[in-house]
Design a protein around this ligand. Structure first.
Ligand SMILES: NC(=O)c1ccc[n+]([C@@H]2O[C@H](COP(=O)([O-])OP(=O)(O)OC[C@H]3O[C@@H](n4cnc5c(N)ncnc54)[C@H](OP(=O)(O)O)[C@@H]3O)[C@@H](O)[C@H]2O)c1
Length: 274
């Protein structure tokens, strides 16, 4: 598995990460904190860790933090770059700190590598939210700060609200089939060395059939998912986070971290699906 620096953090993480959002029904069916199919999902996350994936993404609203904790076990904690998110109704100072502490408990850890604002909330001043983030960094409980679903303007506002820290990452929808970040946010992240975590990297499981994608897949002996993930991970600041719910898929996705597209293949894919 190839590693690359996550933004300007100095930490090298696997180019291919894992996401742990399942579906709204799954989130809604909480039975005493342990849910339908949980053991298989823990097995899938563990398979990813065993295959060398070190970047793991979750969120307070996903219901998957306890599964990530179970898959990691104590021995793995320092090897994992653990990222979670605070929901948009918890962005006032005390709410954010309370949410963070609950996530720590559910994840069974004393610190987080990355804490992200899940969605912006115009009713809460970003300065207040970012000051709370900086307090967590100052307290030694948080290493890095990120945002998700922010526009370029909101990303810049968040950065200017962090007098003592870097904004390390942005998480957005990005795949061969959804390319809107290429207009402004991706160039900005490349210029400023901000990690871009690509969610829905497999088009939410709906990569369309395409002669170019199919021909690269068959000539290289790679699955279509591996080609789609490799195309993302080849970009200096991009870290795809495909969902980890089925062991065989996770192993397939992890193997996308071990090969190279040629310049021609990459350029052909760049022109596709636009
Ligand atoms: N920040 C945000 O607002 C936000 C929003 C959405 C998602 N996310 C993050 O992004 C992650 C990924 O999003 P997503 O799960 O919806 O989309 P995705 O990873 O693009 O697609 C997931 C779908 O692809 C399938 N799949 C996974 N690996 C495959 C493979 N190797 N071959 C064929 N099919 C494969 C999955 O099936 P199986 O389940 O059967 O493996 C599932 O149906 C989430 O888990 C979450 O962490 C963040």
């Amino acid at each position: 598995m190839k590693l690359k620096e996550f933004g300007k953090t100095g930490s090298k993480v696997s180019e291919i990460g894992m996401g742990t959002y399942y579906d709204p029904l799954w989130i809604a069916t909480a039975f005493g904190g342990w849910k339908r199919g949980a053991a298989a999902k823990v097995g899938a996350i563990k398979a990813g860790l065993d295959a060398g994936i070190t970047l793991v993404d979750t969120a307070e609203i996903y219901g998957s933090e306890p599964l990530v904790a179970k898959a990691m076990g104590e021995a793995k904690r320092d090897e994992v770059f653990l990222a979670t998110k605070v929901w948009s109704n918890h962005l006032h100072r005390d709410d954010l700190i309370n949410s963070f502490d609950k996530s720590l408990r559910r994840l069974g850890t004393s610190y987080l590598d990355l804490y992200q604002v899940h969605f912006p909330n115009r009713r809460v001043p970003i300065k207040e939210t970012m000051a709370a983030m900086e307090k967590l960094v100052g307290d030694g409980k948080l290493r890095h700060i990120g945002v998700s679903n922010f526009s370029l303007e909101q990303i810049k506002e968040a950065r200017s609200s962090l007098p003592k820290s870097e904004l390390s990452s942005v998480q957005l929808d990005y795949s061969l089939v959804h390319r809107s970040v290429e207009g402004d946010i991706l160039p900005y992240c490349e210029e400023e060395k901000i990690a871009l975590m690509a969610y829905y990297p497999l088009g939410h499981g709906k990569l369309p059939s395409d002669p170019k994608l199919d021909s690269i897949s068959s000539s290289r002996g790679k699955t279509r998912a591996q080609v789609a993930l490799r195309w993302l991970a080849d970009k200096a600041t991009v870290f795809p986070i495909p969902r980890a719910s089925k062991e065989s898929h996770v192993r397939d996705n992890a193997a996308a971290g071990d090969w190279e597209l040629s310049d021609k293949e990459r350029a052909d894919l760049d022109l596709k699906f636009r």
